[in-house]
Design a protein around this ligand. Sequence first.
Ligand code: IPM
Ligand code: MN
Length: 354
Amino acid sequence: MKKYNIAVIPGDGIGPEVIEAGRMVLDEVSKKRDFKIEWIEYDLGANRYLKTGEILPDSVLEELKKVDAIYLGAIGDPRVKPGILEKGLLLKLRFSLDQYINLRPIVLYEGVETPLKNKTHEDIDFVVVRENTEGLYLGIGGFFKKGTKDEVAIQEMLNTRKGVERVIRYAFELTRKRNKKKRLTLVDKANVLTYAHDLWERVFYEVGEEYPDIEKDHAYVDACCMWFVKNPEWFDVIVTCNMFGDIITDLGAVIQGGMGVAAGGNINPEGVSMFEPIHGSAPKYAGTGKANPIATILAGKMLLDEIGEEEAGRVVEEAVKKALKSGKIKSMDAGKMGITTLEVGELISSLISG
Ligand code: IPM
Ligand code: MN
C-alpha cells in the first residue's frame, strides 16, 4: 500500500479544530482509495513560542524538507505581537521550502451564498496564482532616524527574472490543464510600478508566445477588484505578485462564500508543498466547535492533488459539494453553521464512505 508522510501543524486558535476535521476526511478517503497517510505532528505556533521562545527550529525545518506535504491549520495569537509568528513561521516555511506558487481557487459551490447579486456557481470559478517568495514580502528595508520627526521607512519590492518567469510559466501551464476558458489574466500595476511590473509584463508576453492556445489578458489590480464584483465570470486563471495576490484573494474568498470555504496551497512543484485554509486563527472561536472546516478540507483536497492522489482529491471535492448542497450546513460563517466543526467533518466523511 502506498504511504505518504504528511507533516501536520495544527497551530493556533481554531487551527487544531479545523485540522482535526480535515484529517478525518483525508483518513477516510485514504481507506477508500487504498493508501495510507502517516501524520507527523508538530506543535509549532504561539504556545511553543511563548513557552520556549522557539518559532521554527532548524532541526524541524530539516525534517519538514523530507515529508511528502505539510497540512497547516492557522497561525496567530493575540498574546504574540503581529508579525513574529507570521514572519518566523508561515513566511519562513514558504521561503525556505521555496514554495513559489500560492494557489488559491475561487469557486462558488452550489448551495453556498455569495454577496454578489445575480451571480451563481456558474459565474464564479477561477484560480489565483499568487507569487509566493518575492515581491514586498521579503522584509528588505529598514528605518532611518526611527522615532524622530525625520524618520524614514523603506520597504523594498524585489522581483527577479527567474522568480517572475517561473510563476508565470506555472500559470500558463495551469490554464492549459484546466482547459476551461483558456484565459490567463496578468494582474499588476504596471502604470505606476514602472520597473517591477514592467518586468512582469515583458515576461508575461514573452512566455505567452509559447502558449498560442491561451488568451492573454491584463488588468490593473484596482480594476481587477472591480471586475471581481461586477464580472467574476470573466476570469479563468489570474497570475499576480505576492502582495496583490494576498489582497485580491481575500476579496475572492468573500465572493466564493467567505473565509470559511477558501483554501490555498503553497506549492513548490519540485519540492515540499504546504496546504492551509486562507483564514486566520480566529482566536475568539477557538475551542468552541464553531469554526467552519470546509476551507481546511478543501486544502486537503489540494494536498491530495499535489501528492498525486488526484482521484482521492476528486472524491473529497464531490463529498464537499454534496454536503454543501444538502442544506445541513446553515451558513459558511463561523458561529452560524448550525452544526459543529467536527460534525461537518463527519458529514463529509460519511459522504465519502458512502
Ligand atoms: C495569507 C496571510 C499571510 C500573507 C499573512 C498571515 C502573513 O494573510 O496567507 O494570505 O500575507 O500571506
Ligand atoms: Mn492574506
